[in-house]
Design a protein around this ligand. Sequence first.
Ligand SMILES: *Cc1c(COP(=O)(O)O)cnc(C)c1O
Length: 427
Amino acid sequence: MTPSALPGQPHIHYKDSHLHIEDCDLEAMAAQHGTPLFVYSKAAMLAALAAYQRGFAGRDAQICYAMKANSSLAVLQVFARAGCGFDIVSGGELERVLAAGGVPSRIIFSGVGKTRHEMQHALQVGIGCFNVESEAEIEVLNDVALKLGKTAPISIRVNPNVDPKTHPYISTGLKGNKFGIAHERTLATYQHAATLAGLRIVGIDCHIGSQITQEAPYLDAMDRMLDLVTAIEAAGISIHHIDFGGGLGIDYQGDTPPPADTLWAKLLAKLDARGFGQRKLMIEPGRSLVGNAGVCVTEVLFMKPGEQKNFCIVDAAMNDLPRPALYQAYHAIVPLAQSKQGDADSALCDVVGPVCESGDWIGHDRSLNVRAGDHLAVLSAGAYCMSMSSNYNSRPRAAELLVDGSNAHLIRSRDTMADQMRGERLL
Ligand SMILES: *Cc1c(COP(=O)(O)O)cnc(C)c1O
């Protein structure tokens, strides 16, 4: 049988009727490592990165992987080796990047609630830029830097008040969101920051949301940012780089986000038309670099037919795959054995986990022809799954494999109970 790739996921395909990632058979990996099991394709990550790199060919641009999408050390290492910088949102993420070989000068630090301790550490290691999100943070960062005898490189994160047309929990650039400094306050805030001796203004930043599938919000945000750069520079403050954030969506369910290179061809044309084509650019993609590079393999524990609903109870749950419970998100679910794909006659079932919450579902009304002991792959599980996972219900965090051609590297072993209880004390 000829290999058939899954839509939008060329590195994941059926070969001889069995689902493979690159040249590795997922069934064999599940047998060796158990389930639930996350498996990622290194080639898929590098192909996603290459789309951005093609888009920026010949430009002065720095791609900073927004590591909260997937912060496993070996994943960070893949991007560090490919020359990426990193967008971090906590001191813990800083430690991870450094442990994975990331270059401090290519790290940018976003987030509305940085602590003094996190600011100090980031200044000491020499990160490239703090993306400052409030007027109060500016004062504290200035103070921390002065006390250390350093100057903090900053961008102000602008809230451009643009609707990214995505789920409300992942919209970040609207007036009612907690992120960034209001578009109208930005110039005055830059003028104030320029008077503070502990700060050095290097750029301007925005990030309007996540899982964005249209171009228009990006183009609108870019216009607003460039208007601001013009006004800020007219006030005598120079802006070295412009950071357009991340947020590009992926195909979960027939979604059609523009490819990264196509989107950037349009954005760069606008930059050129407005005379900013030579400016240093930064971007902060997360989901679009890793989301469709990974799957979560899970085993069917029980089929439970019911009067109103049929349930397919699997060994992965909301602690492993939190996106459906958090955002009512859709993940495609396919059997590892191609023959078990549902046809029109198979009954619809809800795929659910063992956690004691009705919110613990992975997919509603899926057509599957499976029984206990069969394996399923939950697709598009490379972003915001393992990095959001928890030990709820005292469930161990899953193991992770990174596939490179015909080699599958174990990059995280499954939690033991000793891992879970570490740090706890009986009275
Ligand atoms: C989460 C986040 C990103 C990445 O968003 P994606 O949708 O995963 O691309 C980029 N920048 C900031 C500041 C973020 O918080």
